[in-house]
Design a protein around this ligand. Structure first.
Ligand code: MN
Ligand code: MN
Length: 459
């Protein structure tokens, strides 16, 4: 009976029962590089810059339209410094399709409003507008740091990173003391902290003179000294507050990684490392580091933008291949995180179909909400293709569905890739506390996702 059972039943195993010591060491080394990336890259712009640096070290050159390309050539193109496309030209022509992996490098955060600075009761604040889906109560009473750019009227762009270094000041949104919170505590968690209430405390020392708004003046004066900006310059700035936590190992056994922005920089790094490591792929390998996924892949740097089509059309033109012929034969792994089963909240999960920490890369045939609304729903054949490939390349993987039916849902870039007539499937790292200021992943799953992307590049 046992024999028959193991032959006929599908049984998943904990990844630690399937890997040897050598692979554990590989996973450790990979995760060290990933943690460095996660610590350094707090915004899509920073991730783009970091990825370009790594790519250049590995021989990637900036793509220029009309460039002659041959097999093995490595090129990249930045989309306005906020998204990145990298390609390693394959041995086979693009008429046979490309192998694409797409992950996003934007994460939920608090953007400053365009007129953010104000003083209230002799304290100075920045007003914010949150970006992406957040539980607002999680963003108060945690240290925040500031990142972004200020585009000046003279055409210059000033980069801002403030609070990242240990000796730099941080910022915070205050919350009510429990002693006086009896009214607040009666509200729902969605109402307890409001969007307009997410105002960041940035200073309290007044400018040494008479008059009004002295704290605001002192803050503006400091900003002017450091960055040469005036209050009007905020109007053309993209400044964002993100959690000021360092990335770290979690657990006595150090098996987990804690940090901000793992959705979806954990998959972005997997893809990046895979495209840096792939040697002479059969079909052209393409790595997409996308922006704006958290707000629906909108905008000129999101996956609904034609920047990607233009890049691919350029590559295709160099081989006299129509873009549509390339797309219809292409394969896309939409690499995005999924919800890991959390034993503290079992009621929202459906155990048979939820992904689990340490069980490997999570494959999602479909995402979406309600009756599979908003998903591209990959074909059975596509899932079978990955089963075959991952068995061969020893990638530990699991099926993943985001929560119980009708409990909620989510989407990725997958549907925008599928819309281009590209066979697309979602896969990525299971995450605990997704979209929180401090998210948790398992090292084994991070490493297996890297292996999973590399396997499709090397098909
Ligand atoms: Mn995501
Ligand atoms: Mn997300």
């Amino acid at each position: 009976m046992d024999e028959l059972r193991s032959k006929l039943f599908y049984e998943q195993k904990n990844g630690y029962d399937l890997i040897d010591t050598a692979e554990r060491i590989d996973a450790e080394n990979y995760c060290r590089a990933y943690m460095r990336f996660l610590n350094e890259c707090r915004t899509e712009r920073e991730a783009t810059d970091y990825a370009i640096e790594l790519a250049k070290e590995q021989g990637f050159v900036e793509y220029r339209p009309g460039m002659a390309l041959s097999a093995g050539d490595k090129v990249y193109q930045s989309n306005r410094g906020k998204a990145l496309m990298l390609a390693v030209i394959g041995e086979k022509p693009l008429s046979e399709g490309a192998v694409i992996a797409g992950a996003h490098i934007d994460s939920p955060r608090l953007d400053l409003k365009q007129s953010p600075l104000y003083e209230n009761e002799e304290m100075a604040y920045f007003k914010t507008h949150y970006y992406g889906g957040i539980k607002k109560y999680q963003w108060v009473t945690i240290p925040l740091e500031l990142h972004g750019v200020v585009a000046l009227k003279n055409g210059e762009t000033v980069k801002v990173i403030l609070g990242r270094e240990a000796d730099e000041p941080k910022f915070v949104i205050t919350d009510l003391l429990p002693h006086l919170a009896q009214d607040q505590m009666k509200k729902t968690m969605a109402e307890g902290i409001t969007g307009e209430g997410l105002n960041i405390l940035i200073g309290s020392a007044p400018y040494a003179d008479e008059g009004k708004d002295r704290v605001k003046l002192a803050i503006m004066s400091l900003l002017n000294d450091s960055y040469g900006v005036t209050e009007e310059d905020f109007i053309s700035a993209e400044l964002t507050a993100v959690p000021a936590f360092d990335v770290c190992e979690i657990g006595l056994d150090r098996s987990l990684i804690g940090g901000y922005g793992q959705d979806d920089r954990v998959c972005a790094f997997a893809e990046l490392q895979a495209i840096l490591d792939v040697q002479k792929p059969a079909r052209t390998a393409v790595c997409l580091l996308c922006d704006k996924e958290e707000i629906g892949s909108e905008g000129v740097s999101g996956m609904q933008s034609e920047a990607f089509d233009t890049f691919m059309a350029d590559l295709c033109e160099s081989q006299n291949v129509p873009l549509r012929r390339c797309f219809e034969k292409s394969f896309c792994l939409s690499a995005d995180v999924t919800a890991a089963f959390d034993p503290l909240y079992p009621e929202v999960m459906e155990k048979r179909n939820a992904s689990r920490v340490n069980y490997g890369m999570g494959l999602c045939k479909y995402t979406g909400a309600r009756g599979k609304s908003g998903t591209s729903d990959a074909s059975a054949e596509l899932v079978a293709y990955l089963r075959r490939l991952y068995a061969e390349k020893k990638v530990i993987w699991q099926m993943a569905e985001l929560g119980k039916v009708d409990q909620g849902g989510g989407g990725t870039i997958a549907k925008f890739m599928a819309k281009r007539n590209i066979d697309t499937i979602d896969a990525g790292v299971p995450v605990l506390s997704m979209h929180a200021p401090f998210e948790v992943t398992a090292k084994l799953d991070c490493y297996m996702t890297y292996k999973g992307v590399l396997a499709v590049y090397e098909e």
